[in-house]
Each structure stands twice: as C-alpha cells, then as structure tokens.
Design a binder for this molecule. Structure first.
Ligand code: NAG
Ligand code: NAG
Ligand code: NAG
Ligand code: NAG
Length: 375
C-alpha cells in the first residue's frame, strides 16, 4: 500500500514536471550500453594514479595495508579505501571490467581509462596559489587530466569522426572533483566567506571540463556533487564544538553541510545551463550528498554499528577515531576488526561497504533521470 501511494506520488510529480521533457523522465525500457568509462577526479575514484605519479609512491599510506585489505589477495592498489570504490561498483553494474589507472602503462584501456588522481583539485595549482591555497599532494588537477585524456584519444582514434563514433558509446564521469579545492582552503584556515567566493571558479572549471569532453565527442556525462563534508571525521574533529546547535539530526556539522549544498546548488544550475546548450548530450547529476545522507540515516538497517557510525575504522584517538597526526596506515595505526560495520574508512574516505550502498542508491536515482535504463 505504502509503495503504491509513493508510486502514485512519483507519477504525479512526473506529470506535473514543468520541464517539458517528461518523456525523458519516465523510466525508459531501452538499457544504456556503454563500451567504456572515462573517469576524471580525485581520491574518491583514483584506482592507482597517485601512487604511480608521486616519487614517494611506494611510501604513501594508500599503497600499504590496511588500505586494500578487503581486496582480492589483500592487495593495496592505491585506492583510498579498504576495498572497492563507487567507480568500481558502477563498472561492475554496467558489465565492464574495473577501470585501470592511466599511469599504469602496462594496463589494458579497452574499456576506458581512469584519470583520477588522489589529492587533485578542479582548479589548477597556479590559480589556487594566486589565491593563497596550497595544493600539497599533486599538481595533476582537472585540466591536466583532460590533457591526458586528449593524449590517450590520439592512441585510439585518428579522425574527429572516428573519435566521436567511439566516444558516443562511452560514459564520462566528471568528478567528484572540487572537494579538495575546498578541503585545502578549509584546513589552511580560510574563512567561510572566502570559501564561498571560490565556488563559482570551481563550478566553472567543471563546466569547462564537461565542454571539453563534449567537444571531443562525449554524449553521456555523469557529474557528481560534493559529499556532506560536515559528516566526515576529519571535519568533525577539526571543527568540534560544544555548541549543540551546530549539529544536525545525523550529528553532522550543519554549517559545513550547508557549504556543500551551496556548491551542489551552483553545480546543478550550471548543469541545467549545459543541458540547454547541448540538448543532444545526456548530462546527469550524481547526488553524492543525498546518497551518503541516506546511508547515514539508514545506518543500522544497512548493518552498520549505530553507536560508531561517525567513527573512522582505520585511525586512532578522539571522539571520531581520527587524529590528523596519526592517520591510517602510518606507524602503529591500524583498522577496526570489521570495516563492513563502519561508514568511514580513514576519516576522509569511506569503506567499501558504504561506497557499495551509495552506488546502489545512485544507480536507482540516475535511472530515473536517464533516457535509457541506466543499469
Ligand atoms: C589556471 O587556471 C586559470 C583559471 O582557470 C587560467 O586563467 C590559467 O590560464 C590557468 N593556468 C595554467 C598554467 O594553466
Ligand atoms: C607543483 O608545482 C609546483 C610549481 O611547479 C612545484 O613547486 C611543486 O613541487 C609541485 N607539487 C607537486 C606535489 O608535485
Ligand atoms: C574556462 O574556460 C574559459 C575559456 O577557455 C577560460 O577563460 C577560463 O579561465 C576557464 N575557467 C576555469 C575556471 O577553468
Ligand atoms: C567543551 O566543554 C568542556 C567542558 O565543559 C571544555 O573542557 C572544553 O574545552 C570545551 N571544548 C570546546 C571546543 O569548547
């Protein structure tokens, strides 16, 4: 009964939808088939670029257990989690092999390439530096990753027409990216007002990136928003306060979540504009914010430990098992016995289990927006 009523409500909303594109909003019958995925982004989707790029690669924590402890063969791959990421679950759901990192020169790129680099930003390092924001991990920002993509294209197609034919059947993940521009600004003590002036530039950089892949022939884009950063142990620890009114019902920091929504709203307005400018391109918004909020508010029914839902699995100290000076995989800092019971892996990134549930939520919601049945 309840589901019948919610079905009716959904149907009503569809009929009343003011966009005039109702036909595109009804769950379609034709499945989307993609031959390849191209991923741009940061540590949320890096499957091994940073650990290959950095001269310190082998020493980076992401290249050491317990990172990767839940992978086949307990294998650290450079992924910032105990196991798989959302892009891995998405590739599986689309029937494609896991995406290899661009900097693994021996790997197969038959079904796409992962250009994401942990620590990377949407804005280039020089622009950030002009604004006194220092990018400490990598300079392979979004524009650099686009140069990599454009170089890669030269090895798989030899005319604009041929490239377009190939890319027509590919899915482009443009992000999540931009989260680090804000992370660095917040932790380098910029004010909320300064942060807000950065947002239009970050969104413009994501727009530029989307236009560049569209010009090269992309016809299916998924552009994710930012996480509810006020729920992450790194922020909960750094901005901890005795003022209970600073927290929302999920015990997350309201002001930081509002900032994430401020970015996400501008991002979605930009995407609406982009859709008007490119009516023949499918451009979907992946709502990471609400996907994670859904996981947090259903934590116990999804099998997470209710009492430690905000605690990092791998880390030590404080109320959130997080200490920025003693992070996961550094000297003597190990993981909780069962990462599947936690949402946060290392205080910044999520566990494989949380990413799996977020992907399931996203796939259900992307399906409703797409012209073809998304999965
Ligand atoms: C960096 O980004 C800014 C703003 O998008 C742009 O004006 C500038 O040319 C870029 N610099 C480099 C070195 O790419
Ligand atoms: C980024 O580029 C700047 C300027 O070229 C350089 O000084 C810095 O070491 C680079 N950072 C990284 C992490 O590669
Ligand atoms: C976006 O592209 C325009 C036109 O190429 C350029 O002037 C601008 O600096 C770019 N902005 C960002 C933030 O990358
Ligand atoms: C919170 O309150 C406790 C005890 O009243 C105090 O010791 C602590 O310094 C306060 N913390 C902050 C962040 O204000």
């Amino acid at each position: 009964m309840a589901s019948y009523i919610s079905y009716l409500i959904v149907l009503l909303l569809l009929i009343m939808s003011p966009t005039g594109h109702n036909a595109h909003r009804l769950p379609p019958h034709r499945p989307c088939t993609f031959n390849a995925i191209y991923q741009l982004g940061d540590s949320i989707s890096d499957t091994g670029n940073l650990v290959r790029e950095s001269p310190l690669g082998a020493y980076l924590p992401f290249n050491r257990l317990p990172y990767g402890e839940s992978m086949l063969l307990r294998n650290p791959t450079g992924r910032c989690s105990n196991g798989l990421l959302m892009i891995d679950f998405l590739a599986k759901a689309l029937g494609l092999p896991l995406l290899n990192p661009y900097l693994n020169k021996e790997a197969s790129f038959r079904h796409g390439v992962n250009f994401a680099v942990a620590g990377s930003t949407a804005l280039n390092a020089s622009f950030l530096a002009e604004n006194k924001i220092y990018s400490p991990v990598t300079n392979s920002s979004l524009p650099v990753q686009l140069d990599w993509f454009s170089n890669h294209l030269k090895s798989i197609c030899f005319s604009k027409f041929e490239c377009e034919l190939i890319l027509k059947k590919a899915l482009f993940m443009v992000g999540e990216v931009g989260g680090n521009d804000y992370n660095y600004a917040f932790f380098q003590r910029k004010s909320m007002d300064e942060l807000k002036t950065l947002v239009p530039y970050v969104v413009q950089s994501i727009k530029n990136a989307s236009e560049r892949v569209i010009d090269l022939g992309a016809r299916h884009l998924v552009v994710p928003g930012n996480f509810p950063i006020g729920c992450l142990p790194i922020y909960l620890t750094a901005f901890k306060t005795n003022d209970s009114s600073a927290y929302d019902d999920n015990k997350c920091l309201k002001g930081l979540n509002e900032f994430a929504l401020f970015h996400n709203n501008q991002l979605q307005s930009m995407l609406a504009q982009l859709r008007r400018e490119h009516p023949n391109v499918v451009i979907l918004y992946a709502d990471y914010y609400n996907a994670l909020q859904w996981v947090l508010s259903h934590a116990s029914s999804l099998g997470f430990e209710e009492e430690s839902v905000m605690k990092a699995c791998c880390g030590t100290g404080g109320d959130y098992n997080f200490d920025v000076t003693k992070m996961c995989a550094t000297e003597g800092v190990g993981a909780c016995p069962n990462p599947d019971l936690r949402v946060s892996w290392d205080g910044i990134h999520l566990t494989q289990k949380a990413y799996q549930y977020m992907t399931e939520w996203l796939v259900r919601h992307l399906r409703l927006q797409s012209r073809c049945r998304f999965i």
